[in-house]
Ligand binder design. Structure first.
Ligand code: MN
Length: 250
């Protein structure tokens, strides 16, 4: 499978899990050149096909396809790739359940097995710290750099009143983390509600976080999940292609 085809699957998987809706995007650093990354042109994630994937330099300028409409927030990707040589994939989303944690002082905490990476810390990016006025969109390289500095070495950061950014050493890791960040936020809200004000929620401790993260990376825990999600996305794409061919014949 080509990098473009793999990235299309990532778009479809994120949409299928409600992590992205008509907005949000995912990028992949190219294997042949670490100073380039792939990202779709400006469009809804669920409609992305391999033909819609463009190549960018790390300043987030398209390498060709100079006339294509581009995501305003593409700087999120380029600026993180510049500062994180360990990272090869970046997701930006408006994942609904994480939004409340970005606008309150309640921190996201590691609550269950598949959300253990949250224990590495999920800081919140406050755009007001970096601009006098304006909207919440990361529309300049400087704002992208500021977000990347808030993210630091962590796997994810919340964006106050906006959404989140999630990164991974692989495309699989960035997508899996995005899906489980959304689920973990929802479960944490439910646990906090059940516990009530002052009630106790038991979170993973540091040793559990470290042991779980180590196992999940080394034992290939996510492969079963990833293969399942890719197979479903692939089946959906093939159905669409078949329908398109049928319409053309009519
Ligand atoms: Mn956004």
């Amino acid at each position: 499978m080509s990098e473009r085809e793999e990235l299309v699957l990532a778009y479809r998987i994120l949409a299928a899990h409600g992590v992205v809706d008509a907005y949000g995007h995912v990028s992949l650093r190219t294997a042949k050149n670490p100073n380039r990354y792939l990202l779709a042109r400006a469009m809804a994630p669920e409609l992305v096909t391999a033909d819609d994937i463009l190549e960018f330099d790390l300043d987030s300028n398209p390498v060709k396809d100079l006339k294509a409409a581009l995501y305003l927030e593409r700087y999120i990707h380029g600026e993180i790739f510049k500062r994180r040589p360990d990272i090869n994939a970046v997701v930006h989303n408006h994942s609904p359940s994480v939004i409340p944690f970005g606008v309150t002082t309640a921190p996201l905490r590691p609550l269950f097995n598949t959300g253990a990476f949250i224990g590495e810390g999920v800081p919140t990016f406050e755009i007001r710290d970096f601009q006098e006025s304006g909207d919440l969109i990361i529309k300049t390289p400087a704002l992208g750099a500021a977000l990347a500095s808030t993210l630091g070495a962590r796997p994810a950061a919340l964006m106050r009143g906006h959404g989140a950014v999630v990164v991974g050493e692989s495309l699989m890791l960035a997508v899996v983390r995005s899906v489980y960040l959304e689920l973990s936020a929802r479960l944490q809200m439910q646990a906090m509600l059940i516990a009530g004000p002052g009630g106790n929620v038991v979170y993973l401790n540091e040793r559990e976080v470290a042991a779980t993260n180590a196992r999940q990376v080394s034992a290939g825990t996510w492969k079963r999940t990833w293969d399942l999600w890719c197979a479903k996305a692939q089946a959906q794409i093939e159905m669409e292609q078949k329908a398109k061919r049928r319409r053309r014949r009519m």
